[in-house]
Write a protein that binds this ligand. Structure first.
Ligand SMILES: *[C@@H]1O[C@H](CO)[C@@H](O)[C@H](O)[C@H]1NC(C)=O
Ligand SMILES: *[C@@H]1O[C@H](CO)[C@@H](O)[C@H](O)[C@H]1NC(C)=O
Ligand SMILES: *[C@@H]1O[C@H](CO)[C@@H](O)[C@H](O)[C@H]1NC(C)=O
Ligand SMILES: *[C@@H]1O[C@H](CO)[C@@H](O)[C@H](O)[C@H]1NC(C)=O
Ligand SMILES: *[C@@H]1O[C@H](CO)[C@@H](O)[C@H](O)[C@H]1NC(C)=O
Ligand SMILES: *[C@@H]1O[C@H](CO)[C@@H](O)[C@H](O)[C@H]1NC(C)=O
Ligand SMILES: *[C@@H]1O[C@H](CO)[C@@H](O)[C@H](O)[C@H]1NC(C)=O
Ligand SMILES: *[C@@H]1O[C@H](CO)[C@@H](O)[C@H](O)[C@H]1NC(C)=O
Ligand SMILES: *[C@@H]1O[C@H](CO)[C@@H](O)[C@H](O)[C@H]1NC(C)=O
Ligand SMILES: *[C@@H]1O[C@H](CO)[C@@H](O)[C@H](O)[C@H]1NC(C)=O
Ligand SMILES: *[C@@H]1O[C@H](CO)[C@@H](O)[C@H](O)[C@H]1NC(C)=O
Length: 322
């Protein structure tokens, strides 16, 4: 070969590679331990078979296929070469297969074609868990940390609370790699189910954790009539937002009634029942209490049943007249 032609060939090859004429996608390709991967070239089967197809791994021969095949011992039983496109399939992947793969193809009557790419091998994710200190948490006072852990190569971690992505805020901060979430201080809205989704290109895993933040009582209220007629059953119902659920006590006109239920029932309304009903909610973990007063008066309106009786008698009279 004359010198200028030789130089021209070098320039052509080099520039060819520089402008991305690689016959392999740049990658990296990903595979799972024990799994398989296919290095697919961009070539279509030519009219005349390639003179030679040669693959290297980290610059060491895997297979060189001309009229004979020279195969590396470590790859012998776990590769398959497609002689028509130059594509190579590799299975039974291990971490030792991570690295650079190059292919060199000499077509019949044309210049050499080359390609290079890298392979990343991932350990499948397993045993994802969320850990958190077991301390009892009180809203506005305590802080806690949720830590997500898993076996295998973790590429990314996402946190989900009650089915929605968990967002950072003044009181919720994530570590750079999302492995930990710090809640400081915890609040009543932090109660709920936390999921961490760990993933890598070949697998993903989810772990779940229920967080309990003790709070309250808050928003205490009594539900019941403001006025009642003599003889009627009256039911007053006390409620409060609280974790754990609050316990309730009832006072009538500043005297303990001994009722410690959400419900205070007056079986038959009488004059002596008129007065102030105070419900006190207590949370035995936060140690907080809250009270609300409900004023019950006598009803001046006619009882509903007398109105109903009137209507029926009017109807009855009407029917008799027909
Ligand atoms: C070399 O390997 C290719 C691809 O597996 C196969 O098609 C071909 O027959 C082999 N050649 C020889 C000489 O064994
Ligand atoms: C996966 O983790 C192993 C070590 O356990 C490491 O050797 C390998 O490089 C990691 N794979 C990737 C793609 O980071
Ligand atoms: C951390 O989580 C955020 C929001 O879920 C996500 O956008 C980001 O990619 C994650 N970062 C890592 C390193 O996993
Ligand atoms: C953070 O916690 C403080 C104290 O409990 C509270 O006043 C504030 O509203 C919280 N901030 C956010 C963004 O929830
Ligand atoms: C998790 O992996 C499963 C297959 O195991 C896949 O169907 C699913 O789309 C993956 N989810 C995410 C969020 O990557
Ligand atoms: C969390 O609580 C819900 C019900 O409130 C329950 O269905 C779920 O199994 C719990 N999850 C865990 C991890 O304990
Ligand atoms: C108390 O009531 C307010 C208004 O309805 C609500 O925004 C708040 O979340 C309630 N507090 C609790 C602890 O549920
Ligand atoms: C009942 O409550 C009213 C205010 O709502 C108060 O003026 C009155 O003194 C209370 N009566 C008793 C016996 O506590
Ligand atoms: C609450 O009620 C239970 C039975 O319902 C009773 O044994 C207990 O003594 C009551 N507690 C108070 C403080 O009244
Ligand atoms: C309760 O207090 C009201 C005034 O708030 C009073 O009218 C009523 O007589 C009192 N009832 C009893 C039984 O002390
Ligand atoms: C606190 O109250 C809850 C529910 O009201 C009850 O289950 C729990 O046993 C109580 N704990 C203590 C220490 O009294």
């Amino acid at each position: 070969m004359d010198f200028t032609l030789f130089t021209a060939a070098i320039v052509f090859l080099t520039s060819g590679l520089c402008v991305g004429q690689s016959v392999l996608p740049p990658g990296p390709l990903t595979g799972a331990i024990g799994g398989r991967v296919k290095f697919t070239t961009t070539l279509s089967p030519p009219a005349k078979p390639f003179v030679s197809v040669s693959w290297t791994f980290n610059r060491v021969n895997i297979i060189t296929s001309t009229t004979v095949n020279i195969t590396n011992a470590d790859h012998k039983d776990r590769i398959s070469l497609d002689r028509t496109t130059g594509s190579l399939e590799l299975w039974n992947l291990g971490l030792r297969d991570q690295g650079e793969y190059r292919v060199s193809i000499i077509p019949d009557g044309a210049l050499e074609l080359q390609g290079a790419t890298t392979l990343d091998v991932y350990v499948l994710l397993s045993a994802a868990t969320i850990t958190s200190p077991t301390a009892t948490l009180i809203a506005g006072i305590s802080s806690t940390t949720l830590t997500c852990e898993a076996a295998g190569n973790i590429s990314s971690i996402q946190w989900i609370k009650d089915g929605l992505p968990l967002c950072p805020s003044n009181n919720i901060t994530f570590s750079v790699d999302n492995r930990t979430v710090h809640l400081s201080p915890v609040q009543h809205i932090d109660n709920g189910e936390y999921d961490c989704l760990v993933s890598n290109p070949v697998s993903n895993q989810t772990a779940s954790h229920n967080l309990t933040v003790n709070f309250g009582p808050q928003n205490i209220s009594i539900d019941g009539p403001l006025a009642a007629s003599t003889g009627y059953r009256v039911s007053l119902s006390c409620s409060a937002d609280s974790i754990p659920p609050a316990t309730f006590t009832w006072m009538f006109n500043r005297t303990e009634t001994g009722v410690n239920n959400t419900l205070y029932i007056i079986e038959r309304m009488e004059a002596l029942h008129i007065g102030n009903y105070t419900c006190t909610a207590t949370n035995n973990i936060t140690g907080l209490k809250d009270s609300v007063v409900h004023k019950l008066r006598a009803s001046s309106a006619a009882p509903i049943w007398s109105f109903a009786l009137m209507v029926t008698s009017v109807l009855a009279v009407g029917l008799l007249q027909l």
